[in-house]
Design a protein around this ligand. Sequence first.
Ligand code: ZN
Length: 295
Amino acid sequence: MRLGLDIGSRIISAAILSDGGEFLCLKQASTPADSYLNTLSTISKLIADITAEIPYDDVIGVAVPGFVHEGVAQNSFLDSLNDKHLQADLQASLGRHVVLANSGACFTLWEARHGRAKDVDCVFGMLIDDSSWGGLVIDNKLIRGRHDIAANWSHIPLPWPVPHELDGHECWCGRAACLDSFVSARGMEDDYFQITNTQLSATAIATAADAIDIVAESALQVLEDRIGRATALIINMVDPDVIVLGGAVGRFERLLTTVPRKWPGYIHGAKFKTQLVQSATGDNAVVAGAALLNS
Ligand SMILES: [Zn+2]
């Protein structure tokens, strides 16, 4: 068995999986707003609850919406985690060893070992949600990089920008024009708000586009072109066999056909063999991947 924990921006999940990747137990709680100590105590309670149901005393894998280098959280979408010694504090509060990695890395590890990219040599994962993250798995091994930021596609600038995209677009990370500020649920919602002065969720915008709302359709087409550019950049740099999309935005089904149509404009070559697929595990792919960190 393995135990994973996902510190999500809205929900914290704990899951125990069998060695074969089957979910045996899943427990969730709301993520405390802006309090590191409350986050630690919520995690302690979740782990106590789930291990009361299924006894487990081994290492816990933890997914973080940010980077963890030498045990310290950095560039986290959950600001309360930033600059905290998260590994040491979790180990002290849980009384056991923990292994941490970025949410996108955990997502990709799951998809490469048990999900839509199983038995594939080189897998790049793109988790497109409230914040967006990436992961790279080669030969079933998670590539972390020298600074634990491998596959950080979402905090580099939007490639091949058109002039109006160069104005503004502050990213929550403190920099400007990051891909995350365009290619994320929040980025899409901000774009829609700028045009309509109406606040709609990314999922509601996609639903409206399906119902032939012209403005929503236009917003979705702009997003698709930006994901097309982001994936083209990844193919130019990494050239993976498979790119797996996940998260609230990554699961829009039409992306599978609309995004590869953008590639000829941004990638040299005539016939593209990279497969674009979508996670079949939904939001739980991240906690499942976290459980695999200790393997
Ligand atoms: Zn950024």
